[in-house]
Design a protein around this ligand. Structure first.
Ligand code: SAM
Length: 318
């Protein structure tokens, strides 16, 4: 595992993501009544192209998550890898789409912050208690286990430890399992992310992996993006794996996944429900159309499935 300062910089990316999401929510791009309890409102406005980029990211990932839940009739588990301060558990609860169990995994320090907010804010703790049955809820400073929701402090580069902690909180490898990595793998070396993907493929016979991250990092705009992140002390150890849609797909297929699809965010944006896209396009005037296109062209959603139980997981798409 990398040095402590490098890990510290990776952890600040989690604030960035949530602050940008909160800002976009405050403008009306999508609804998330829970994110306000995790991060402060941004002091300055975020540019419209940034907000639209987050809209595409959040709606794109949500679309696939909901499709997996419908395909498995919620008889499944979800493991959010590098979940940061993500609020998906609460959204699914409100939409009556909770899986049997939802797991969030991140560095212990991030988990501690998430748990602190949950403990001190009833709008976050109440929904967890509402689906709590019989047994008592376990919570210490770096983990929580409840009936439907677990939060685990672990390093994704240490797979034996990750697996042990998941099992301790009743992760069941025989259930259809959705793994989500939203802007996470790029912070691990290609060897480490390959090991994570192949561990997941080996562990779960019926599963889907969703990965949202950068692509086309070798071109001019991509190199500028990398430089900007590195200037903020982020070690993008995995950037080599983000060359193209094809390298993204190949990485999944080479690490034990059966069926893989990769779409850049221009494709995702144009596959989202267009009435909602028209609504959000009226929220803010966008001067920099080309900049938005460049941004969308440099991120992708790829997903892969393994379907031992023939649940039709490979049919999931936009
Ligand atoms: N997935 C969340 C989202 O999209 O809002 C957070 C994204 S943030 C850019 C990246 C997250 O991955 C951070 O919370 C960071 O702590 C986590 N992360 C990166 N490397 C990790 C590792 N080796 N183990 C655990 N978490 C990691």
């Amino acid at each position: 595992p990398g040095s402590d300062t490098a890990d510290e910089a990776v952890r600040t990316t989690c604030d960035d993501a949530s602050i940008c999401k909160r800002f976009a929510v405050s403008v009306g791009y999508w609804k998330d009544p829970y994110i306000q309890y995790f991060v402060r409102q941004a002091k300055e406005r975020k540019a419209p192209e940034i907000n639209r980029g987050y809209y595409a990211r959040v709606q794109g990932v949500q679309h696939l998550v909901s499709a997996f839940l419908r395909q498995t009739q919620c008889n499944c588990q979800i493991i959010n890898l590098g979940s940061g301060l993500d609020t998906t558990f609460w959204r699914l609860k409100d939409e009556n789409l909770l899986p049997l169990k939802y797991f969030d995994v991140d560095f212990p320090m991030i988990v501690a912050r998430k748990l602190y907010n949950i403990k001190s804010k009833p709008p976050l703790s109440k929904p967890i208690m509402e689906v709590q049955s019989g047994e008592s809820l376990l919570m210490d400073s770096h983990s929580m286990d409840s009936t439907r929701y677990s939060i685990i402090g672990a390093d994704l580069r240490n797979l034996p430890d990750l697996e042990e902690r998941l099992k301790k909180f009743n992760m069941n490898p025989d259930l259809p399992t959705l793994l989500v990595a939203e802007c996470v793998l790029v912070y691990m070396s290609p060897q480490q992310s390959a090991a994570l993907l192949s561990w997941a493929a080996k562990t779960f016979p019926a599963a889907m992996f969703i990965n949202y991250e950068q692509i086309n990092m070798g071109d001019r705009f991509g190199r500028i993006m990398v430089e900007n992140l590195q200037r903020r002390h982020c070690d993008l150890a995995g950037v080599e794996a983000c060359q193209s849609l094809q390298t993204q797909k190949d990485r999944l297929l080479l690490n034990g996944w059966e069926d893989a699809t990769a779409l850049d965010m221009i494709q995702v944006y144009s596959s989202l429900p267009q009435d909602d896209v028209r609504r959000i396009e009226k929220l803010e005037f966008l001067d920099e159309k080309e900049l938005l296109e460049q941004l969308l062209l440099h991120y992708c959603i790829c997903w892969a499935t393994k379907d031992k139980q023939q649940l039709g997981l490979a049919d999931i798409t936009f």
